[in-house]
Design a protein around this ligand. Sequence first.
Ligand SMILES: Nc1nc2c(ncn2[C@@H]2O[C@H](COP(=O)(O)OP(=O)(O)OP(=O)(O)O)[C@@H](O)[C@H]2O)c(=O)[nH]1
Ligand SMILES: [Mg+2]
Length: 279
Amino acid sequence: MIFFKKLKSVINKIGNKKKKDFCELEDILIESDFGVNLASKISSALKDSNNILKDLKEELENILSPLIKDFAFAVNNSRKPFVIVLCGVNGSGKTTTVAKIAKLFKGIGYTVDIAACDTFRVAATEQLEIWAKRLDCKIFKAESQREPASLAFEAVQSSVSDILIIDTAGRLHNNLNLMNELSKIYRVLKKVKESAPDMSILVIDATAGQNVVEQVREFQKLNEISGIIISKMDGGAKGGTIVRISDEFKIPILGVGTGESEFDLEKFSVDKFLKDLME
Ligand SMILES: Nc1nc2c(ncn2[C@@H]2O[C@H](COP(=O)(O)OP(=O)(O)OP(=O)(O)O)[C@@H](O)[C@H]2O)c(=O)[nH]1
Ligand SMILES: [Mg+2]
């Protein structure tokens, strides 16, 4: 994580508490996607610190630790299937995360179906079909460009598995038509199962950095986001995105994507995240 390396060198300098060094710390936090407000809040909180590294660690821990949840155990005994919807902007990692979650749940003994509700692109369905085959999951898919809400309806109605994971098309949070379409998926699900979606997961690309707050806010308006998964944390991500979202929205952090295979989903570990600070 580039952020921590840079941060360490500033912290080493900051021992003599010159104002310009605190400004530099704030700049690094901003560069690392903490956002202006949080960067300023954190660097102000550290001004009287005698041990910047320790206190920074504590600041981050206070924000992140209460939000880390083990979502595999969130599955309750409500009527089957337990419906999980994945949403997010284009290319954030939703489809790959569907596979990772399916793998995880299958690994602990659940039966899992998948619904390919990104019906716009044939390639999207094909991508999920490959995963379904590899993971040995039943897939609900549309033969042609069917309305995603209609496929979602059929999937929830027909699935006899413990868990149904619904993949959705990537959509920019400011595209009203596409956001309305997602909203329709949520509404239709409730017609079959009142509690559905039992879980709605927003997948955020850790390397994107921009607009995350707006993304969360807009997706949250359609349906309560039960948790966030941060994908691509293996790609040299700066790391601040998750701290910023956590500070602002207090939404559970369900996992971290660390690669492109179905095995690459880890529980978020604050210790691991902060370890680089101490190295
Ligand atoms: N390195 C890395 N790559 C990832 C991770 N998650 C997804 N990817 C890659 O990111 C790209 C996009 O992933 P998808 O899962 O197709 O993303 P999506 O959100 O479904 O994309 P759209 O359906 O087009 O909106 C693919 O090349 C994935 O292999 C991750 O955790 N780490
Ligand atoms: Mg996809």
